[in-house]
Design a protein around this ligand. Structure first.
Ligand code: AMP
Length: 962
């Protein structure tokens, strides 16, 4: 074997010199053809002896150690930057700036080291072997300071070109268009072996270096499966429409719950002594390792799973699973049998050490849904149904280790039901799997389809972090984030900026992380351009074209759903997805407008300027502080909306305050205008002479309802302000956004025992968010009282404000004098009779109004009705789905004499607030254009309504009046 290699410009280098590796890498970077890359690699590999080939194959794959090795270098961008500054003598800020511009610290190292490079002092001397020794030392070194000093020493030995590749290796990516797959390809071509075989052996051994040697020595067939190195995870493709499932898997499929936790791969085997550098920990003489989706070891974060997992394999026998197991599944937070929401688990993530207290507070379980190795066999090439049978034979049914729900279906007819049931169990949705499919590591194919929640979300990566305002002014709490240009082009394009949705603890943790991973500080450290590694899942009201970001799109009102520590930046969403989302209108529990009320008092204004309560805990504190100011004999007035959510909220709060010992509590319901700030409604409140005022479900503004009266607003609409000194409890930024009665019920627990009032709150929830709203309380209430009675009671309660006589107080009275929804539905009480006839009236009015046909002008569809009942929102809703391309306006000239009340809804994606705002109606009486992006409305005197019609080009119409 010749030890020399000729690289470009006919330079002859010793093959084992690191400079030779760097030169080959340079040549590979300049060609885009895979075959040429493989040929260059092959040439180089032939010149290396076995122990050098091991290193070169690993380094070209971007690994420093084999995958199964526990050691990591663990050096952050900031530490690397300091080392580069130490050696080059350049200004840190200058280097930072260049990294931001070039995007690759290795390229920057080359440039700055070249500047002050003195040839005579820096002959290339490093060998591959020496470098490997230094890297091993670096892996075992403790503390950032020590690591920086070792990297500094190493870089001092290097020429600029060597430094370039050392820095690239330390940063974890060579960026020469070569990944592990291409190295496998190179090995296959060089030794004339099918690439699939090389891939297989690489998967078995978990070391591309060892694979290369086995290939060279024609020993691939002798390779044995080695546990304790992660196998890449098989991924799923999203579908939004179940018919896609039918198309993809016409002859049947398996359906599983999509658990909302973190993906984990578990390796378990008997422990033996020669395994000390392997991943995992030893427990009961077994070794257990858990890997995350990013292939990082996370065993230490879940010490409570080690023992139950270890116990899965037997120590005595030598059959079956005694050989070891690899399971694929999800770690989820639990309470006994029940699986809790992901938010619970978040408390346990990102910690180096988990305290006993936290282990007690947030227990977790591992839910296995696949098995990759068992009975001494690698199973990934077995069909899914075989793997599932093997998984079931393991009988995983303890509290901490379970196998996931799995059913088989021949067609999609019952999938809707399954989806609802999975959501009911608190899971994200469904996974649909092809029964005959093999397990394809690292591939996102169509063998696994994910049917997620309807809510649109994007996985994005943070590119810049900015200090926040108020109590977050000490933290980097506002994040600009980006998507990838495409699956193949990793260029990042910004799409938005978000600051809400995370807890204070999460923000604190992220802030530290961003400081440690800052590439460039701007505005004196207020804005930091950061390493694009932190993945967030965000939701939003909608996606719209925008000049503000370089993607050409912006997310409106983005909210962070969660930090995706488990997702690598390579897997974030692409511009294509953003483009698709820009074309559709979101229709989801959180993004969906408040359907029942078209006149809620929200405007285009960022809630950021207003001090909202970011969590239920914060809300409870604020509520408690407000109530503690009140003396038992003082007069309390609750002003609440007239729909079922408002009335139930009012009744729950009234009962809770009475139970807490306040003897003087009154409720007030606004008139048909449903606006707390109109003179008539203010007058009503004033007449009740409050010492303290609660305003529920009616929005919030910076103007007081009654000046001088301390007020507590409890609400879930977008807040517009809060009067100075008053309290605003807003759930607008929570995820999912609860309705007002639910918030009130939760808050009431602070002052009284209210568990028996759950059904009242549940009626409000069903009215606003539907019976499938994702709240635990609703699930419990449905079990206890049944969905049937709850829904029927909801319709009755709502009838009171829809009927022509508009008397929501009847509904309140019914709630106060009955003990359950069933009690209401079966009641003979006069008030319930009144609600029944109200419902009959509303139904008849709806039947009549449904006959009205729309007329069209441009993109507006106008339906005119004339009804004394408040049914225009319902009619607008039904036309909205039938006319998805139009802005639907349903105008009711019979609701308030002399006025036209109208509801505006659309599925077209056009923002109706902007649309109404741009009509340019002259100033005058009435109001319109509040509410939500896709649901608004108004109440105008007849003349102004007619002016509006003209503006909308409906000149020919004459107004229908009663
Ligand atoms: P996503 O994270 O949205 O790309 O969805 C894919 C993820 O769903 C996987 O990586 C798993 O973490 C998770 N998942 C939950 N339940 C299952 C299941 N039954 N089968 C496969 N993956 C699941």
């Amino acid at each position: 074997m010749s030890e020399e290699i000729t690289v470009s410009n006919n330079i002859i280098l010793q093959a084992n010199a690191f400079i030779c590796f760097a030169q080959v890498a340079e040549s590979i970077a300049t060609t885009s053809k895979r075959t040429e890359k493989a040929a260059l690699l092959g040439d180089y590999f032939t010149k290396l002896s076995d122990n050098k080939l091991v290193l070169a194959a690993r380094y070209f794959s971007g690994y420093i150690f084999p995958l199964r090795d526990q050691r990591t270098i663990n050096i952050g961008g900031a530490a690397l930057l300091t080392a580069m500054t130490n050696v080059s003598g350049a200004e840190k800020s200058e280097i930072q700036e260049k990294i931001v511009k070039k995007g690759d610290p290795g390229d920057v190292a080359f440039e700055i080291f070249n500047k002050n490079f003195q040839v005579e002092q820096h002959q290339p001397t490093l060998t591959l072997f020496e470098l490997s020794e230094k890297l091993e030392e670096l892996a075992t070194a403790k503390g950032t300071k020590r690591k920086i000093s070792l990297v500094t020493d190493l870089l001092k030995l290097a020429t600029p070109l060597e430094a370039k590749y050392i820095v690239k290796l330390l940063a974890g990516d060579l960026r020469i268009g070569l990944k592990e797959g291409a190295v496998e390809d190179g090995i296959a071509r060089l030794f004339k072996i099918p690439v699939a075989k090389v891939q297989w052996v690489n998967m078995l051994t978990g070391d591309i270096g060892e694979t290369a040697i086995l290939a060279r020595n024609k020993q691939l067939d002798t390779a044995q499966m080695r546990l304790f190195h992660p196998i890449k995870f098989m991924l799923a493709s999203p579908v939004t429409d179940l018919t896609e499932v039918a198309k993809q898997m016409p002859s049947g499929f398996a359906v599983e719950d999509k658990y909302d936790g973190i993906r984990a791969q578990v390796h378990i085997a008997r422990a033996s002594e020669d395994q000390e550098i392997l991943h995992g920990t030893v427990c009961h003489n077994r070794r257990v390792a858990i890997f995350s989706r990013t292939l990082d070891e996370i065993t230490l974060s879940f010490p409570d799973l080690t023992s139950p997992l270890a116990d899965l394999i037997s120590l005595e026998s030598d059959v079956g699973e005694a050989h070891g197991l690899i399971l694929d599944g999800e770690i989820v937070p639990i309470r006994g049998k029940e699986i809790l929401p992901f938010q619970e688990l978040q408390k346990r993530l990102g910690r180096k050490k988990v305290s006993q207290e936290l282990l007690n507070d947030v227990p977790v379980a591992f839910i296995a849904y696949d098995v990759l190795y068992a009975q001494g066999r690698v199973l990934i090439n077995e069909p899914f149904q075989t793997r599932r049978t093997i998984l079931e034979s393991l009988h995983l049914n303890s509290e901490r280790v379970r196998s996931g729900i799995h059913k088989r279906f021949a067609d999609i007819s019952s999938l809707d039901e399954e989806f609802a049931a999975a959501r009911g169990r608190g899971n994200e949705g469904l996974m649909v799997k092809d029964l005959n499919s093999t397990y394809k590591p690292g591939r996102r194919g169509r063998d696994w389809l994910k049917v997620k929640r309807a809510i649109a979300t994007l996985d994005v990566v943070v590119t810049a972090a900015e200090v926040g305002t108020g109590k977050r002014s000490r933290f980097l709490s506002d994040y600009t984030f980006a998507v990838r240009k495409s699956e193949t082009d990793p260029t990042l394009l910004n799409v938005g900026k978000a600051y809400s949705g995370l807890t204070d603890a999460e923000v604190t943790e992220l802030s530290h992380w961003f400081r440690a991973h800052t590439l460039q500080e701007l505005e004196h450290g207020r804005v930091c351009v950061v390493e694009p590694k932190m993945v967030l899942e965000v939701t939003f009201d909608r996606v719209q074209p925008s000049e503000r970001h370089n993607s050409g799109y912006a997310l409106r009102f983005p909210r962070i759903l969660r930090v995706r520590n488990d997702k690598p930046a390579e897997e974030i969403d692409t511009l294509e997805t953003v483009r698709r989302l820009a074309e559709v209108v979101p229709d989801s529990p959180t993004a969906k407008p408040h359907l029942e009320d078209e006149e809620s008092f929200t405007k285009e204004r960022s809630p950021r300027d207003i001090n909202t309560t970011p969590t239920l805990e914060a809300a409870r504190d604020a509520f408690k502080a407000f109530v503690e100011r009140i003396k038992a004999q003082q007069r309390l007035v609750i002003l609440h909306d007239s729909d079922a959510d408002g009335v139930t909220a009012g009744v729950v709060l009234q009962l809770a305050l009475s139970r807490a010992g306040f003897g003087n509590v009154t409720r007030v319901i606004p008139d048909r205008e449903r606006n707390a700030w109109t003179p008539a409604n203010r007058k009503q409140v004033q007449a009740a002479a409050p010492d303290y005022l609660f305003v529920l479900d009616l929005g919030s503004q910076s103007e007081p309802v009654i000046p001088g009266i301390p007020t507590c607003f409890i609400d879930h609409h977008r807040p517009e302000g809060v009067p100075p000194g008053d309290t605003l409890i807003s759930a607008y930024t929570w995820n999912p956004v609860p309705n007002t009665s639910l918030i009130v019920w939760e808050l009431s627990k602070v002052i009284a025992e209210v568990s028996d009032l759950d059904w009242i709150a549940a009626i409000g929830t069903i009215s606003d968010l539907g019976e499938k709203a994702p709240f635990e309380m609703l699930g419990v209430a449905k079990t206890q009282y049944t969905a049937k009675y709850l829904k029927e009671a909801t319709t009755l309660i709502n009838a009171a404000r829809r009927a022509s006589y508009y008397d929501p107080e009847v509904a309140a009275k019914v709630l106060l004098t009955h003990t359950s929804p069933r009690d209401i539905v079966n009641s003979n009480a006069a008030e319930v009779e009144q609600l029944r006839s109200a419902r009959a009236e509303v139904k008849a009015a709806m039947d009549e109004a449904r006959k009205a046909a729309p007329v069209f002008a441009g993109n507006v569809a106008l339906v005119q009705i004339n009804s004394p009942c408040q049914i225009h929102p319902l009619i607008a809703q039904s036309w909205r789905t039938r006319l998805p391309k139009y802005i639907v306006i349903v105008a009711n000239s019979g609701y308030i004499p002399g006025r036209v009340n109208f509801s505006v809804r659309t599925n077209s994606g056009i923002n109706v607030l902007d649309f109404l705002g741009n009509i340019g109606l002259s100033e005058g009486e009435g109001n319109y254009g509040h509410g939500h992006d896709f649901a608004s409305g108004g109440s105008l005197p007849v003349e102004r309504w007619q002016e509006l019609l003209v503006k909308l080009r409906f000149e020919q119409l004459t107004l229908k009046t009663s």
